[in-house]
Design a protein around this ligand. Structure first.
Ligand code: SF4
Ligand code: SF4
Length: 602
């Protein structure tokens, strides 16, 4: 029986190349891990293998996270990944069962119908033929959805689709051609004995086309499409197919994005499938119509070493895209790392005079933004007094920066100098607890200072005071909607304490955009590129969405969010003000129609 034809060469060369390339890249990546990461991998690999395998199946094959967000998109991705894998697996079983040889060359199952055009006289063979036709139809339905997505993404529930570079287009075209070409090659070869799909097509085309003469060129075309796909894959977004399993294994072993560009970061860059889901998750796209700066483009340009400072800096660092990304890429951390490359002149802070702080069990740090929002300072003083807490203020007579804005801008060295001064002050206070009102400062103290004492955001601290009976809450008839600040919610996972506090004082109305799906207020210090009017569009949209819940007040727990939202509604209040009973002096929310497009006079 014939088992070779020259047309199999493009596929065979492509397959050999991609297998060798995958092995080389895996060895390079694993060898390039830092000694600590290697230790983590060695210690946790076997332990976490079942979890990793499950995740690879659920996410890389079934695309569970995408399914949850968008059924059609999930179906499309699954048809390619799972459908193609099954076509290979079932094809291998079929060719192995019905071939007279134990070992077949790798191309043999792929072009099985070329080498075995006549069906075997077994009932099971018919079942295999049916399954193979069914799988091909399943994948082709995904190809059809992919065409639609590219032409009109809204039909698949996406506001926009990713703009591709040349390598992506070439690989995408070959991928889209592979399955229609296989269908036609198999149909033209099947004579009248093909199954429900290939047999029907044969009968249809043979009525007006010389299909017997056309079969061989189509086998060639199919093989070339496969070869081009494999050869161009490393240059394209489809690199994610071979990278994502490694990313899952490394992540489950405890390796993550650190503060520098490391091997894991490189794996993350290559694991981005450019699915574009992050574009729709980003308020810069949905509210401000900025659709060229989202992670998909940032990661792509970083991978191809053509990142510009304006793209690196054009992000609110709100983390909504991190939550939405089906691959789990921490693009916020990657942006901060890359911004370091574009920091021109580090600013130094040695000139800042040394400060003194009085000793007390609790040290309070208001933060720059809280100083610009005096109502929160007044509220915190009231709360400390009512609870009878002995508190020392770290920055009562003038604000000090925690250092995070410098980290956001990539100015890490300057941030370190500033943080050292603050850390000395904290240690000098002898406090056993540091409290802050600003989520940005809270996260920085928690993650970057390595303090010996615990840090609390004021929502956590107030909740503790209530639980200890030091603060007496009085419930009112007011309804509130709570806005999770990005740094406190997605950044630090503090979702429950603010809600527990609020429920003691008012009715809490839920909103579709809360917890890890919370909206950014638009005021983030992380984006130095966004034009002012686009920022306003984001804030206006977020204010409208939150107040359209019908709540009387929009409550937040961040001075920056409060200040930003207050530009569009007077009924915005910090949780500390609620506890201090300040809200009686504020008017309840204007309703949606009154609010639309108006700004509050400052
Ligand atoms: S960053 Fe994540 S969501 Fe965005 S394109 Fe890449 S894989 Fe998709
Ligand atoms: S962090 Fe926020 S602003 Fe930046 S790309 Fe992601 S969703 Fe958009």
């Amino acid at each position: 029986m014939k088992k070779f034809d020259i047309f199999v060469l493009p596929f065979t060369i492509g397959l050999a190349f991609i297998l060798a390339y995958t092995v080389i890249m895996y060895v390079r990546w694993i060898a390039g891990l830092s000694p600590i990461d290697k230790l983590k991998l060695r210690a946790n690999f076997i332990k976490t293998l079942p979890r990793s395998l499950k995740e690879i199946v659920m996410e890389s094959l079934f695309h569970r996270k995408i399914y949850k967000k968008n059924f059609l998109l999930g179906y499309m991705h699954m048809s390619f990944a799972f459908g193609w894998l099954m076509l290979i697996v079932i094809g291998n079983i079929q060719s192995h069962l019905y071939s007279r040889d134990i070992i077949n060359p790798p191309y043999y199952p792929i072009f099985y119908k070329f080498f075995e055009p006549y069906p075997m006289p077994f009932a099971t063979y018919k079942v295999f033929e049916f399954i193979m036709d069914f799988l091909l139809l399943y994948i082709l339905s995904g190809v059809f959805l992919a065409y639609i997505k590219r032409i009109r993404s809204r039909l698949l529930g996406m506001q926009s689709t990713t703009r591709h570079i040349f390598a992506d287009r070439m690989t995408l075209t070959s991928l889209w051609l592979i399955f229609p070409l296989r269908l036609l090659a198999e149909s033209f070869t099947s004579h009248h004995r093909g199954e429900f799909l290939t047999g029907t097509l044969y009968r249809f085309f043979s009525g007006f086309l010389p299909v017997h003469h056309m079969a061989y060129p189509f086998w060639w075309a199919y093989s070339i499409a496969l070869g081009v796909f494999f050869l161009s894959l490393p240059l394209s977004r489809y690199m994610h197919i071979i990278t994502e399993p490694l990313l899952i294994i490394l992540r489950n072993a405890g390796i993550k994005t650190y503060k520098e560009f490391k091997t894991y970061t490189d794996v993350e860059l290559n694991a981005c499938s450019r699915c574009g889901i992050c574009i729709d998750a980003c308020q810069m796209s949905t509210a401000a119509r900025i659709r060229t700066v989202q992670p998909v483009y940032f990661l792509r340009d970083t991978r191809y070493r053509r990142l510009t400072p304006s793209l690196a800096n054009h992000c609110l660092l709100c983390g909504r895209c991190n939550e939405a990304c089906p691959v789990g890429i921490d693009q916020v951390a990657l942006r901060i790392i890359k911004r370091k490359d574009f920091t021109l002149s580090p600013a130094y802070y040695e000139y800042i005079p040394s400060r003194q702080v009085t000793r007390a069990p609790v040290l309070y740090f208001a933060g720059c933004m809280t100083h610009l929002t005096p109502s929160i300072i007044i509220a915190m003083k009231e709360i400390f007094a009512r609870a009878g807490e002995k508190v020392s203020w770290m920055d009562e007579n003038g604000s000090i920066c925690c250092g995070r804005p410098l980290i956001f801008s990539g100015n890490i060295e300057s941030a370190r100098v500033l943080m050292k001064k603050n850390k000395d002050l904290i240690e000098q206070s002898g406090a056993s607890l540091l409290v802050t009102s600003c989520p940005i400062c809270y996260r920085t103290f928690r993650e970057d200072y390595r303090l010996r004492i615990p840090v609390m955001h004021h929502t956590q601290y107030i909740y503790q005071l209530i639980k200890e009976g030091k603060l007496k809450a009085e419930k009112t008839a007011v309804s509130t909607v709570y806005h999770d600040p990005c740094e406190l919610g997605r950044g630090c996972g503090i979702y429950d304490e603010p809600r527990e506090v609020l429920k003691q004082y008012a009715t809490l109305v839920s909103s579709p955009s809360e917890r890890n799906n919370a909206l950014c207020c638009g005021g983030s210090l992380g984006n130095s590129e966004i034009p002012h009017e686009r920022r306003e569009m984001i804030t206006r949209d977020a204010t409208l969405q939150l107040l359209s819940t019908g709540a009387d007040y929009l409550v937040t727990s961040c001075p920056l969010c409060k200040k930003t939202f207050s530009r569009f509604s007077p009924a915005v209040i910090d949780i500390a003000q609620v506890v201090a009973g300040q809200w009686n002096s504020l008017p309840p929310a204007q309703r949606k129609n009154e609010l639309a497009g108006t700004m509050v006079e400052q």
